[in-house]
Design a protein around this ligand. Structure first.
Ligand code: OAD
Length: 236
């Protein structure tokens, strides 16, 4: 088989775990400490905006304290190398951190949003945001007070870039899932979408995910080891 030229990579929190960013469903993960209905739903935000702001403020404040790891860097290098050969790497991430950007990845679809942005629920405006958010803030675009929210996708909301993701998978010759448990749709459906189109699929994860049976190739271990090794093999 010819080396793949158009690769779609889906990442989840496992790719950032060794940078010190918590995963969600592993033992002691975020959803063991917080009820997702309280902090990651529109209903939770309406009920207690201060709690939701505090949850995301803590995570935004932690960003400058963490660095991209060898897995983020290997993916950025793979994108650059494929580009030189006339190929593409589309990185779809469920992560709201900015570690892929800081590692040098360029074509990133943040399907669950970004911690470094804020949006206004009144006018839909989106802006860069590095500070804490609060319920008292006024929108810089429409001047509405009290509608600023983290630019993240909550349960019950529609993830971003779904058309772009579907198009990339349709045109891929390899789909790769990295560091995700495969428990949240629509991301969890991408592997079966790829396979139904005849696209081979690789899983790189600490342990078999819920969708492990769908993959044609699987490598298990810490992302900082398995991802650079897989990239090296691919570029040989
Ligand atoms: P999960 O916590 O569900 O899964 C993390 C996955 O990463 C697990 O399969 C772990 O085995 C794996 N993992 C942990 N450490 C790893 C390491 N060092 N190297 C490689 N893999 C490792 O997190 P996600 O799949 O990212 O959505 O969760 C998906 C979505 O659910 C999140 O985007 C978030 C969450 O609720 C929203 O908040 C909307």
């Amino acid at each position: 088989m010819a080396a793949p030229k158009n690769i779609v990579v889906l990442t989840g929190s496992g790719v950032s775990a060794e940078s010190g960013v918590a995963t969600f469903r592993d033992m002691g993960g975020i959803w063991a400490k917080y009820d997702y209905r309280e902090v990651a739903t529109p209903e939770g935000f309406s009920k207690n905006p201060a709690l939701v702001h505090s949850f995301y403020n803590d995570r935004r404040r932690a960003l400058p304290t963490v660095e991209p790891n060898a897995a983020h860097i290997a993916l950025a290098e793979l994108e650059a190398e494929l580009g030189r050969e006339g190929g593409t790497l589309t990185l779809i991430t469920q992560n709201v951190d900015d570690l892929h950007e800081r590692a040098g990845s360029k074509k990133i679809l943040h399907m669950h949003g970004e911690l470094t942005k804020a949006s206004c629920a009144a006018c839909g405006g989106v802006c860069e945001w590095r500070e804490d958010l609060s319920a008292e803030l006024r929108c810089a675009v429409c001047a509405h007070r009290g509608a600023m929210r983290p630019y993240v996708v909550w349960f019950g909301e529609i993830p971003r870039f779904m058309d772009e993701a579907a198009y990339a998978i349709m045109n891929a010759d390899l789909f790769v899932s990295i560091g995700t448990s495969g428990s949240v749709y629509p991301a969890a459906g991408f592997a079966s979408e790829a396979r139904s189109l005849g696209v081979p699929a690789t899983e790189l994860n600490l342990e078999p995910s819920e969708n492990a049976y769908l993959f044609t190739d699987s490598r298990y271990g810490p992302a900082t080891e398995v991802v650079p090794a897989w990239v090296k093999e691919l570029l040989m």
